[in-house]
Design a protein around this ligand. Structure first.
Ligand SMILES: Cc1cc2nc3c(=O)[nH]c(=O)nc-3n(C[C@H](O)[C@H](O)[C@H](O)COP(=O)(O)OP(=O)(O)OC[C@H]3O[C@@H](n4cnc5c(N)ncnc54)[C@H](O)[C@@H]3O)c2cc1C
Length: 483
């Protein structure tokens, strides 16, 4: 099939019956449900870009097996140029959603490309797992399959050891093995894009956070979202059916998060990539370098988000006429810094990238993982800056309907600024509110704080790969110097 169109993606969602629950009701068709449909259309639009004659070359490449044009985020990069090409593609998608769809399909595509490149890592579990991962990657690439993922087990209690407190009956576990596959039962969070994906991937990202006793919980697999026994429970939708004027982001980019219940779900053997091996699970990020590739996708998204927030801030301050004030300049300067640090670290990670032991060209892990850690605190700060710049203007935001009401003349008169007619000011600040104040905007902040793990795990990830020896050595050399 090769790179899909948006229409093909939406037809794929309709063709697969799945159990999705939202606000107490089972959703019949996710592509038509008012809380999900426009998010699905946003993903469809991304797929359509692959067929835009002006973008096609930058969005796709020739499949090494079928010769069809397939999405570039599936490429297993062998050179720096291929890595850079992939980033250009990912930036096109990220800028299209203003960085608001963290789970655009490239997020998972780069992971499976990395795993297929490092397939022998999985053979350490069982030889057939290497074949499984390669076959599955090729299936994803050739069918342009959309994936969600759910990595986190629900914990009933937490302690300071940093290890997961996994309990039987809550965490997803293997309950038995059969000739056909493994049977799993339990719950996982938080499948963003869950209702809008074709398939769901399950693995665990946690560096050393699984203990030996966790072997029934150690697994990696992927199955269709319509697999019997699989249930997706959505949070409230932030798409309230309002116009693009009223809610410019919520009305477009609702990617939805969901809890996933696995009720004795059969995972066929050919879809199992890791089973019962805690060490292999704990070592997956460093052993396959997939985390660096997924951080590369994240960096492109972060850059698009920095650019978008900065663009909004520039327009806000122009509109309010406070762009020239010193403290505004200081805050805008801070936003510029985040954008350029992100761009710089991403480009440096590509420039300092290397062929890894699997022959895959990998971005420099320290530089690229740093973009993730930075964003966990930078994004909330960026949103705080928007709030400081905008103040009450965020709430001087009558709706589109108000502009047609008897108060329209008052609104037009009083809400105009020296630089902007009222309608343009309100339109801009409704966008700013959707970014910095609405439920949609607050969820974006939460997303950036946590989507790539909790702060403790992120700090440990960076500390584990940071080259420390030379730094210590230099200090010791000074201490021993006699001159
Ligand atoms: C908007 C959003 C979208 C997401 N999308 C996805 C997705 O698509 N797929 C997916 O798999 N996951 C997703 N996640 C889940 C994300 O990976 C987790 O939220 C994250 O790993 C933190 O886990 P938790 O939520 O269970 O937090 P908790 O473990 O409940 O942590 C809560 C707080 O307690 C602290 N804490 C917890 N345990 C300890 C401990 N032992 N020692 C010290 N401090 C501790 C944490 O640092 C944190 O500050 C998403 C999360 C969000 C918010």
């Amino acid at each position: 099939m090769g790179a899909r169109t948006g229409k093909e993606y939406l037809e794929g969602l309709r063709a697969q019956q799945r159990e999705v629950w939202l606000a107490g009701e089972r959703v019949k068709d996710v592509t038509r449900h008012p809380g999900l449909a426009r998010g699905a259309r946003a993903v469809a639009h991304l797929y359509d870009m692959q067929h835009d004659p002006k973008l096609r070359e930058e969005m796709t490449y020739r499949s090494p097996s079928s010769g069809e044009r397939v999405g570039l985020s599936f490429i297993i990069p062998k050179t720096r140029e291929e890595l850079e090409r992939r980033r250009v593609m990912m930036l096109h998608w990220a800028r299209t959603s203003c960085g608001m769809m963290g789970r655009s399909p490239d997020f998972m595509n780069v992971n499976y490309a990395a795993w297929a490149g490092a397939a022998e890592y999985f053979a350490r579990g069982r030889p057939e797992f290497a074949k499984n991962i390669v076959r599955y990657y090729e299936y994803l690439r050739e069918g342009d399959v959309t994936l969600t993922h759910a990595l986190i087990n629900l914990q009933r209690s937490r302690d300071a050891s940093g290890l997961f407190n996994l309990e039987q009956g809550t965490a997803l576990e293997v309950v038995r093995e059969t000739d056909a596959g493994i049977i799993v039962k339990g719950a996982r969070i938080l499948a963003t894009l869950g209702p809008l994906a074709d398939e769901i991937a399950v693995y665990s990202p946690r560096l050393g956070r699984h203990a030996e006793a966790h072997c029934p919980f150690a697994m990696s697999f992927a199955i269709p979202c319509g697999t019997p026994g699989l249930k997706f429970l959505c949070r409230d939708s932030f798409d309230l059916g309002r116009s693009h004027f009223d809610q410019p982001l919520s009305s477009r980019f609702e990617e939805m998060d969901s809890i996933v219940f696995f009720d004795n779900v059969l995972i066929p053997w050919e879809r199992v990539f890791l089973l019962g091996d805690v060490d292999l699970l704990n070592g997956m990020a460093q052993g396959t370098h997939y985390s660096a590739h997924s951080a590369h996708q994240g960096a492109a998204k972060n850059l698009a988000k920095c650019e978008f927030v900065l663009g909004v801030a520039l327009l806000m301050t122009e509109t309010l006429g406070n762009a020239h004030l010193p403290h505004t300049e200081e805050r805008i300067g801070e936003l510029m810094l985040y954008a350029e640090l992100t761009r710089g670290a991403m480009r440096a990670a590509e420039a300092d990238g290397k062929l890894d032991e699997w022959g895959v060209f990998c971005p420099d892990p320290v530089l690229i993982e740093s973009t993730r850690n930075l964003f966990m605190t930078a994004y909330p700060r960026m949103i705080e800056i928007l709030q400081l710049l905008g103040s009450s203007s965020f709430l001087l935001t009558p709706s589109e309907a108000d502009f047609k009401s008897p108060l329209a003349a008052d609104i037009e008169h009083y809400l105009a600024t020296a630089n902007s007619p009222a309608r343009e000011r309100v339109r801009l600040f409704r966008l700013a509110w959707d970014l910095a104040g609405s439920a949609f905007g607050s969820r974006q902040v939460l997303y950036e704080r946590f989507f790539a793990s909790d702060p403790l795990t992120r700090a440990r990830v960076l500390a584990a790969i940071y080259p420390k020896a030379e730094l210590k050595e230099r200090v010791l050399q000074l201490l021993e110097r006699e001159d």
